[in-house]
Design a binder for this molecule. Structure first.
Ligand code: ATR
Length: 282
């Protein structure tokens, strides 16, 4: 079994199925070049059927990787198959970053950190919000709710088309959360100073409902995890209402930082140049 520091030319991967559209190789390739590190990062298409064997090869060193990223549909399986899962990934039941250390395959989930770091960079002080509204209750919402709770936000309203899914997350993440149907959105926005879209609404030119952002307080922040297009319908509506916005591309970039550091030994920076490079591929 290998440890990242013993390997001369460390290799890392992003495994998913399908994997063709992953932009992670652009990000890690950029950092490897910037930091002049001899290493590589590659896409690997792994079917759900083959995933357990892929992890076994990773653990016993046959695959010659120091670790990698895990994406759809393997995040849940990765958290089950790793030797040690940190509390973030454990609570989410999903891991997106794996690395080998002292013969063990370790796992974490950096989606929540990516979300929070993106807002730290784009709107410092965002976490002072007392009331947040989060739209959506899927996998992405989970990591974001965990991050909002851990950053100490006051009240977190989870709004979802299927209220039962929102309620599940409320039960999981505790007393500061409340579940609501879509119809409650206009009223909830009146008291909120942070709105987060975690659904695919507005992605790739799809429709998104008009929301009364003008009823949010002055200085409120609206953010979206969708980054194709970069200016989503929700962000455009929020800008028109005079609110602050942070787009979702930074979440993708910031969630990648920790993995790079674990595999290649240096902490990389999310720069404007990197943002432009990834944008050019969108
Ligand atoms: P992910 O893991 O990327 O978050 P997901 O688990 O499929 O993806 O969740 C998608 C989210 O977008 C859900 O909250 C979903 O609402 P439901 O739980 O009711 O399915 C929401 N969503 C997707 N399309 C939607 C639409 N047309 N209107 C409202 N919500 C939608």
């Amino acid at each position: 079994m290998r440890d990242s520091r013993e390997t001369i030319t460390p290799r890392a991967f992003v495994a998913g199925y399908p994997i063709k559209h992953s932009r992670s190789p652009i990000i890690h390739g950029y950092w490897l070049k910037q930091l002049a590190i001899q290493g590589s990062y590659e896409k690997v298409a792994v079917t759900p059927e083959d995933f357990p064997a892929f992890i076994l090869n990773l653990k016993n060193g046959d695959a010659e990787y120091v670790g990698g990223n895990i994406t759809i549909p393997h995040k849940e399986a990765a958290s089950r198959l790793a030797d040690q899962v940190d509390p973030l990934a454990e609570e989410l039941g999903a891991a997106n970053t794996l690395w080998l250390a002292e013969g063990q395959l370790l796992a974490t989930n950096t989606d929540g950190i990516g979300f929070a770091s993106n807002l730290d960079a784009g709107c410092p002080g965002w976490d002072k919000a007392e009331v947040a509204v989060v739209l959506g209750a899927g996998g992405a919402s989970r990591a974001i709710l965990q991050s909002l709770r851990d950053r100490g936000l006051g009240t977190i309203h989870v709004v979802n088309r299927t209220v039962a899914r929102a309620q599940e997350l409320v039960d999981r993440f505790g007393p500061r959360l409340q579940a609501h149907p879509m119809a409650a959105l206009p009223e909830l926005l009146q008291d909120a100073t942070l709105f987060v879209n975690t659904t695919s609404l507005g992605m790739d030119g799809s429709e998104a409902p008009d929301l009364p952002f003008e009823s949010m307080r002055t200085g409120s922040l609206v953010t979206d995890i969708v980054y194709v297009p970069l200016k989503t319908p929700f962000l455009l509506q929020a800008e028109a209402a005079g609110l602050s916005t942070v787009d979702g591309l930074g979440m993708l970039l910031h969630q990648a930082v920790l993995g790079f550091e674990k595999w290649f030994g240096e902490r990389p920076e999310v720069t404007e140049q990197l943002r432009r490079l990834v944008l050019a591929d969108i």
